[in-house]
Design a protein. Sequence first.
Length: 330
Amino acid sequence: MLRNRTFRSLMEDPAIAEITPDTISKMDLTREPYYEQTIAQMEDEGGWHSIERGFKALFKAAAAGKYYYSLYSDEECASDPEKIGRNITYFASDDPGANGRPYILVVPGGGFENVWNLTEGWPIADHYNKLGYHVFVLTYRVSVEACAVKAMEDIARAMAIIDKNRDVFRVDPAKYLICGFSAGGYVVCLWNTEKGYEAFNLPKPQACILIYPVTSYRLMEGREFGVWANRDVFAHAGVGCDMEEARNSCFEIPLHVSGFPPTAIFLAREDTLVDPRHSLHLEAALKNAGIPCRLEMGPEGGHGFADGTGMCMEGWPKRAIEWFEGSVCT
């Protein structure tokens, strides 16, 4: 059982060696106290309830054949080292009906510093697989200037790879849902503005699923800045400009929602990292624009509840798909 294996043994397993450097990208996990713990310890003591689920999905994907796709060529990475390691991982559903459904592109969060595939990528893919959808998890650029803007190119390149391999992936490249967490939720929001799919002449998502997303620079008062020195440093990290410009441009998402598809938002009322107003203001803007929006706010769970296992938000991936199939995909 994976629960009895140490985190180290999984990270060093040759079957998934391609992707393990991006388990939590840009983080040296060998220095973390849980590196020598078993998965059971990490889940039971650390509260990371979905880690085993994510690794099982990853091993299954690796056993099925090619699952890891670099976004950029060796030549592109040599000329721009920021592009090294940017990739998508493919998780195929066993449901034959998945071939006729849109695929789901998952964009984990990480505060523009990391990409948390460990909790907000691989386990989420497994949920969506079991609900009958093929899934791709994106490892995008972080810890660089204007990483959210550069992630637009990463998404566009991912979609080009999906298009090129449509027969292998058994998907229609024009039909997809996009799902983002926290800072990854901001990346997904930006994809729905003039900086995203329209700029790359790519199809509009059929739906957008956001989990405790960042949406507004006007609402930021300090707690979202994390390790960043101040508000302007944080704004430059995400969108490449100072906070004043970010608040008065297309980077202020609630003021630029005309290109959004129907959207579902999931968050917890007690989120102390990203103010729930980020979600509430976006919901109000979407409804004002006549764009269908479903918002679910649980009373507890805080920020980073991932798939919600063991919390009041448990089951949100299923509810998101039920919303899509019942209200959007008609």
